[in-house]
Design a protein around this ligand. Structure first.
Ligand code: ADP
Ligand code: ZN
Ligand code: ZN
Length: 831
C-alpha cells in the first residue's frame, strides 16, 4: 500500500454514523475507496460548491491517482491528529444517490448487530471492483448551451467545450477528456456548475453469455483403431450423457485437449464453441402460465395481495403443497406495478427447478445472483439492477444486499434452512434477519415459506399480535395427494435377527420392487464428518453429558491416541466405556457412514440398480448439481444417493421411494439445535416421495426408533414436536427465547489458545451485564482444524440484556497476534 497517503488514514470511528451533514461551512466526509486492499475510510474535504449525500459516488485523489469512492458519512470536524491543511478535496461527484437511501441504514444495522466494522459490512455487500469498473462519462448539454458560450469561460473550459462539440454525440469518457486536455479538471468543474455539460456513469452492457468449447459424442460405432486409452475417454463422455465441456472432459478422463482433438479427427466427437450445453435445460424453459389455485393457495394469495407496507407472512405448507405457485402469483402483480421482488433460496445449485419455474413464468425479467458468479458477472448483474427495471432477483443469502430499487416483496423459500446464515467471515449475518430489517426499511412484505418453519419464525408469528403478522397454512398436497406413509425400521432388531447389511429387510424389498415398477428412489445419508457420537449396537444407548442434555462427542486427537468422550458445552470429559452402561454389550457403533460406502454396498446387493451419487465429492464442478439432477430426472439412474443436498426443492413425479439409510447421524449431535434440524431434514427428505400420481413411501432406518424426532416425523406432526422442543428451549433459555453469541478462538499453539480463552472468559465476567450467562471456555467439538486448535466461549442472555451489551469487539484487544478471534452472533452451529 505504498501509494496510499498514509497521513490520511483514520481508524474506524466509534462515533455513530451521521447520515446528514451539519450546517457548518467547512465540511469533511469519510470515503470508502475502491481499492480492495484498503480497509480504512479516508477523510476528504468537500469543496464549498459541491453538494454531497452519503452513498454518492465521487472521484477522489488517492496517492498519485484519481480513483472512485463512496461517501460514507460526514464529519463535523477533521479527525484529531490530522492536519486539516493536508486533507485533500473531493474531486467531483460522479453519481448522486447511486444507492437507495435505506441502503446505508441497513448496512449500519448489520454492522451493529453482528459486531462488524461498518467497512467490512459494506465490503461484504458490494461486489468487488464496483466503482473501479464504473466509467464516468461527460456529455454536452446542447439545450442549455447559450450561443457564444466559449466567451464566458476559462481557457481550459473552452478547450473541453471545443473537444465535445467536435464530436457528433458530444460525449466522451472523463478519462479521455483528461488525456486530451491539460488542466481539464478545472474546466470540467466549471462547465458542470454552469450546467453546460453533465456527468454520468456509463450503464453496463447486458452480460454477454460466455462461449466455451463443448465436446459432443457423434459416433455410434467406434473406429477399430482406437487405443484402449482413447476408448476410455469415449466411455467417460458416454457415461456423462454424451456431451461435456472440453475442460471437464479433460479433467474427468485425465486426457489432454490434443488427445480429444485426435478423437475429433477420427470422427468420434465434435468440438464446438457453445454458450450452453444442449443437454442442459438452462435457457430452454418452456412458457408457463398461472395455474388454477387450490382453495388453500387462493386464500394465502388473497392475504398476501392485500398486504400493505411492512408485514410478515409465514407460509407454512407441507411438502408438495404448491408454495412456489403462491410466490409466482404474488409477484406477478408487483412487476405489473413496476416493482421488483427478491427471492432468496438456500443454494442456487440445488434448486434449478425453482429457477426454471420462475424463468418459465417471468422470462427475462428473472435475474440470478449468487456468490458462485464470477466477479465480472456479479458486477454486471449489480449495475443492471441499479437501472431500476422491475425484475425478480433469485439469489442465495448474499443477494439480500442487492441494490434493487422499489422492492415490492422479499420471499425466503425454505426459510428454516441453515445456509441462510453466514458462519464466516464476519459479518455472520442471517439473511432472514437482514431481510426483516430490509422489509421494514423499504416498507414491503416479507414472506417466509417452509414445510418445517424454524422455531424462531414460528414463535415470532405466534407471539406478534399485530395485524401486520400473518400465519398462512397449506395443509394438503396438491390434488390431495397423501404425504408418503413412513415405515420406521429398528436396526437393533435387524441385527438381532441376523441381518448385518446396512439395508433392512423392508428397504431391500422396496429396492427390489422399485426396478420392477420402473420407478425411482432416493437414498439419504446424513452429511458425513459430523457424526461423531457413539451408540451401543445392541440397545441403541447413546452416551450423553450428565449436565448438559447433549450427546458426548468422540474425540481422538490422532490415530493412536486414547479416544475420549467430551461435552464441548461444559467440557465434561470421560473415557470411552469398555461396555455399554445400559446393557453391558461390548459392541459400539461409531457413527459415520459415507455415501461412498453405501454406494458400494448397494452395487454389491443390487447390481441391477443404476445409482447416481450426489454429494460434495460428485458435485464439486460448476453446474454439476444441475447436470446430475437432470440425468436422474431423465431416468438415467434408478437411485439418487446423497447427503443433505438432496433434501432441498427436488420435485420429481417418478420418485416413489425415499430410504433414510441411517437417521442416527442427525439425532445425536452435541448441539441444542440438533433435534430441530433433524426433524426438518427428515421431513424434507421424506417429502421428496410421492409427489406425482404414483403413491410414495418412505423407510427410515434407525437404532433409536423411539426418539421423539423419529416419532414426530413418522406422524408428520410438526405442531407437537415444535411445542415440546420449545419447552426445552425455554427451560434452558436457548433461542428463540434467549439469545446466544459464540466467541471462537483459534491458534496453532494449544496452550496459548486455551490460556487466551480463559483470559477472555474472565474479561467477559467483568464487562458483561448481569443476566448474561458465560459458558465455557471449552474446546470445539472438532478441536483441531487445519492445524489450528479451537476453543469457544458461549454467551447466553435474554433479548433485553442483548441491548445492554458493551461492544464485544474490544475483547479482541486481549488476544495475542497469533490467536484469531471471531464473533458469531446468533450462531446456528455451536459445535
Ligand atoms: P412446495 O414448494 O410446496 O413443495 P411446489 O410448489 O413444488 O410445492 O408444488 C408441487 C407441485 O404441484 C409442482 O409440480 C407444481 O407445479 C404443482 N402445482 C402447484 N400448484 C398447483 C395447482 N394449483 N394446480 C396444479 N398443480 C400445481
Ligand atoms: Zn447397550
Ligand atoms: Zn456438558
Amino acid at each position: 500500500m505504498d501509494n496510499s497517503p498514509s497521513c490520511l488514514a483514520v481508524a474506524e470511528p466509534t462515533a455513530p454514523y451521521q447520515f446528514h451533514s451539519s450546517s457548518g461551512q467547512e465540511r469533511w466526509v469519510e470515503v470508502l475507496t475502491d481499492c480492495p486492499s484498503v480497509e480504512e475510510l479516508f477523510t476528504y474535504r468537500v469543496p464549498p460548491d459541491l453538494s454531497l449525500q452519503p452513498g454518492d459516488i465521487v472521484s477522489i485523489p488517492f496517492g498519485a491517482q484519481i480513483t472512485g469512492g463512496i461517501v460514507i458519512r460526514f464529519l463535523d470536524s477533521p479527525p484529531p491528529g490530522l492536519d486539516p491543511q493536508k486533507i485533500k478535496d473531493v474531486e467531483e461527484a460522479i453519481a448522486a444517490q447511486f444507492f437507495p437511501s435505506f441502503y446505508w441504514q441497513l448496512l449500519e444495522r448489520v454492522a451493529r448487530h453482528y459486531y462488524t466494522p461498518l467497512i467490512i459490512a459494506i465490503r461484504a455487500a458490494l461486489p468487488p471492483g464496483l466503482l473501479r469498473k464504473s466509467q464516468r462519462r461527460i456529455r454536452l448539454n446542447r439545450d442549455a448551451l447559450p450561443s457564444g458560450a466559449e466567451t464566458f469561460c476559462s481557457a481550459s473550459a473552452q478547450a473541453v467545450l471545443r473537444l465535445l462539440q467536435q464530436q457528433k454525440a458530444g460525449d466522451y469518457s472523463a478519462q479521455h477528456i483528461q488525456r486530451k486536455i491539460r488542466g481539464a479538471r478545472q474546466g470540467l468543474r466549471e462547465l458542470l456548475k454552469r450546467g453546460w455539460v453533465e456527468s454520468y456513469l456509463q450503464p453496463p452492457k447486458r452480460p454477454r453469455p460466455k462461449q466455451q468449447k463443448a465436446v459432443t459424442l457423434v459416433a455410434n460405432t467406434l473406429p477399430l483403431d482406437l487405443t484402449p486409452r482413447q476408448r476410455e475417454v469415449i466411455e467417460v463422455l458416454r457415461r456423462k450423457g454424451g456431451e461435456l465441456w472440453l475442460s471437464e472432459l479433460c479433467k474427468s478422463s485425465n486426457a489432454s485437449s490434443s488427445a480429444i482433438e485426435t478423437l475429433e479427427r477420427k470422427g468420434c466427437v465434435v468440438i464446438q464453441y457453445r454458450e450452453i450445453l444442449r443437454l442442459s435445460s438452462e435457457g430452454t424453459v418452456t412458457e408457463d402460465s398461472p395455474k388454477a389455485l387450490t382453495s388453500a393457495q387462493a386464500q394465502a394469495l388473497d392475504c398476501i395481495r392485500n398486504l400493505e407496507g411492512f408485514s410478515r407472512v409465514l407460509l407454512h405448507g407441507v411438502t408438495g403443497s404448491g408454495k412456489t405457485e403462491v410466490y409466482l402469483q404474488a409477484i406477478a402483480p408487483l412487476l405489473e406495478r413496476g416493482q421488483s421482488a427478491l427471492v432468496l433460496v438456500p443454494e442456487i445449485g440445488l434448486t434449478p427447478q425453482l429457477t426454471d419455474r420462475f424463468r418459465a413464468r417471468f422470462r427475462d425479467r428473472v435475474c440470478v445472483y449468487h456468490s458462485a458468479l464470477s466477479p465480472g458477472e456479479r458486477y454486471d448483474t449489480w449495475r443492471q439492477m441499479l437501472q431500476g427495471e422491475p425484475q425478480v432477483v433469485i439469489g442465495t443469502r448474499s443477494a439480500i444486499f442487492v441494490p434493487l430499487p422499489n422492492l415490492g416483496a422479499i420471499v425466503l423459500d425454505e426459510e428454516h434452512d441453515s445456509s441462510f446464515k453466514q458462519q464466516q467471515p464476519t459479518p455472520t449475518y442471517h439473511a432472514r434477519t437482514v431481510a426483516q430489517w430490509r422489509a421494514e426499511l423499504e416498507d414491503c412484505p416479507l414472506i417466509l415459506g417452509s414445510a418445517t418453519p424454524s422455531l424462531e419464525s414460528w414463535v415470532e408469528i405466534q407471539q406478534d399480535p399485530s395485524t401486520s403478522c400473518h400465519y398462512l397454512s397449506l395443509p394438503e398436497r396438491i390434488e390431495s395427494r397423501p404425504l408418503p406413509p413412513i415405515t420406521i425400521v429398528d436396526m437393533r432388531r435387524e441385527l438381532h435377527q441376523g441381518n448385518r447389511s446396512i439395508f433392512s429387510d423392508a428397504l431391500q424389498t422396496a429396492l427390489r420392487t422399485l426396478k420392477q415398477q420402473g420407478r425411482q428412489g432416493i437414498l439419504f445419508i446424513p452429511r458425513r464428518g459430523y457424526s461423531t457420537f457413539v451408540s451401543c449396537r445392541s440397545c441403541g444407548y447413546v452416551i450423553e453429558c450428565p449436565d448438559c442434555d447433549v450427546s458426548l462427542s468422540y474425540h481422538r486427537v490422532h490415530e493412536d491416541a486414547t479416544p475420549l468422550l467430551r461435552c464441548h458445552y461444559c467440557n465434561h470429559t470421560q473415557l470411552h466405556p469398555p461396555q455399554c452402561p445400559e446393557c453391558a454389550s461390548p459392541y459400539f457403533k461409531f457413527f459415520g457412514s459415507g455415501t461412498q460406502r453405501v454406494a458400494q454396498e448397494l452395487a454389491k446387493a443390487f447390481p441391477e440398480l443404476r445409482c447416481i451419487r450426489f454429494d460434495s465429492d460428485t458435485t464439486r464442478t460448476k453446474g454439476a448439481h444441475r447436470r446430475l439432477l437432470e440425468r436422474f430426472a431423465q431416468g438415467e439412474a434408478d437411485i439418487l444417493l446423497g447427503t443433505q443436498m438432496l433434501t432441498k426443492g427436488l420435485d420429481l413425479a417418478q420418485v416413489t421411494l425415499v430410504g433414510v439409510v441411517s437417521a442416527d447421524g442427525l439425532l445425536h449431535r452435541s448441539d441444542y439445535r440438533a433435534t430441530e434440524r433433524a426433524f426438518q431434514t427428515l421431513t424434507q427428505v421424506v417429502g421428496r416421495a410421492g409427489r406425482g400420481d404414483d403413491p410414495g413411501q418412505a423407510i427410515i432406518q434407525t437404532y433409536t426408533p423411539e426418539h421423539p424426532v423419529i416419532q414426530a416425523v413418522y406422524r408428520h406432526d410438526y405442531h407437537t414436536f415444535t411445542e415440546n422442543t420449545l419447552k426445552q428451549r425455554a427451560e434452558h433459555n436457548y433461542p428463540p427465547y434467549g439469545r446466544v453469541i459464540l466467541l471462537r478462538l483459534s491458534g496453532l499453539d494449544e496452550g496459548e489458545v486455551q490460556a487466551t480463552a480463559e483470559i477472555i472468559a474472565q474479561a467477559c465476567h467483568n464487562i458483561l451485564p448481569s443476566g448474561c450467562e458465560i459458558l465455557g471456555p471449552a474446546p470445539a467439538s472438532i478441536m483441531r482444524v487445519s492445524r489450528r486448535y479451537r476453543w469457544n466461549i458461549l454467551l447466553k442472555f435474554p433479548p433485553s440484556v442483548g441491548e445492554k451489551l458493551p461492544d464485544l469487539l474490544q475483547l479482541r484487544a486481549l488476544c495475542p497476534q497469533s490467536i484469531s478471534f471471531a464473533l458469531d452472533v446468533d450462531p446456528l452451529n455451536i459445535e
